[in-house]
Design a protein around this ligand. Sequence first.
Ligand code: FAD
Length: 472
Amino acid sequence: MTQRNLWWIRDDLRTVDNAALSQACADNAEVVAVYLSAQQSWGEHDMAPIQADLIQRRLQQMKPILARLNIPLVVREAQTLTGQRETLLSLCQQWSVAGVFCSQAYQWNEGQRDRQLALELAGRGVEFHCLQDACVLAPGTVLTGSAQPYKVFTPFRKRWLERLQLAPLTVRPEPAARTAPSAIASEFTALAYPLKDSTAWPVDDAALSHKLQAFCQQRVVDYQQDRDRPAIDGTSGLSPYLALGMLSPRQCLAALTLAQPDCWEVQESGAFAWLNELIWREFYRHLMAQFPRLSRAQPFHGWSRHVAWRDDPAGLARWQQGQTGFPIVDAAMRQLLATGWMHNRLRMIVASFLTKDLLIHWQHGERWFMAHLIDGDLAANNGGWQWAASTGTDAQPYFRIFNPTTQGQRFDPDGSFIRRWLPELADVPMGEIHQPHRWPGAARLDYPPPMVDHSQARRAAIETFKAAKARG
Ligand code: FAD
């Protein structure tokens, strides 16, 4: 009798280069694909409505592709991790499933769910295969000479590059067509929570592949100089796809190597700079897998628990709505609200502003980002926030604090990004665009003066962090 397997789709929303799908399909087994939707799927964080919409559109797009492979797609709602486990167990029983295949989760709560599920499935004679497929190199395989995880990026990258040479990239073929499981039809439960239109982001494989290849063949060459300029389309814009596994990091590396064969050697090149970012992505995932406290809302460094964060709901609301009076911060926050995406340089600036100028706990920012980002990714987001807040490993030292005005002058010199998102500053001349309160016509503007004096706020933050560190 043909074996029947279940492919549990998680953050690996793709049919190409997918270890779980390929293995579920081995030996001509029948396969059913299952997606369990949950609003709170990122640990304890809400999923952004725009990210949920992207997932829903992607599943709709995958359905006919899977149908051509005779694989029905079943989408069910299961809001909690316990609910997901119970639904999976009941589907396995109902369909007489022999093996469950999925991509391994690196977050703590999801890992606990999987460990329990593995035991329960084993008790019923069902195999559970959790395959490491979200990183190029599996967490736990890039270690120091004394077999410890790296806590600093540069030696991690060196070792990562060495290991990659030992285990060259292989991109898996698409699974071939197979017999359809009888009496199991595709079913699609629409996500029950509010969605925000994500159609600016294509979801079909041809468009994704074109976006990846066009970037690797052309714009990556200038990535080094363009990547910090938010007014320029200088980065790949692939983060939503990488976060949800619509593209695998292996596919990205394969496209980069094909287009820029010397990307591994020339460290000053745009291609190497881009590769570097993909390795940052791996670094944060490895850290999250190896340090469970990161998934459990705790700082990397214990001393930072003593930071006397300010409780300031009104200040937080002004930051969230882009009303701080610092144009580069406000333009960035409005870009996030309107589009669900924000440029990396701006993520660093707004995170520094919240945690240092306003001394508001980084967890408020982390939560706001997860609730609004189309590319929300627990590891990258937590890593970015703890970097900016100086509470993470290999983070920005607490005494190096971004000046939001000079950051704006440096990275948006003519203010074109600011003007795009703050139409109320349209009449402000170029020379005053980063400090509109200094313009003689400022009283006429529907725009607030700066909510803090940056020099004073900087001194206060340094004193606060110094005191926390002294307490250990
Ligand atoms: P590119 O510059 O083209 O980079 C290519 C890919 O590398 C990205 O798509 C992304 O997968 C990865 N990458 C790039 N920079 C980083 C980085 N610093 N850390 C980890 N991976 C990186 N990225 C997310 O994917 N999801 C998040 O939730 C997220 N939250 C962040 C929060 C803060 C406070 C900060 C400072 C950064 C955050 N980042 C996050 C990282 C980074 O800002 C985005 O990955 C990047 O802006 C996405 O744009 P891109 O695809 O054009 O990137």
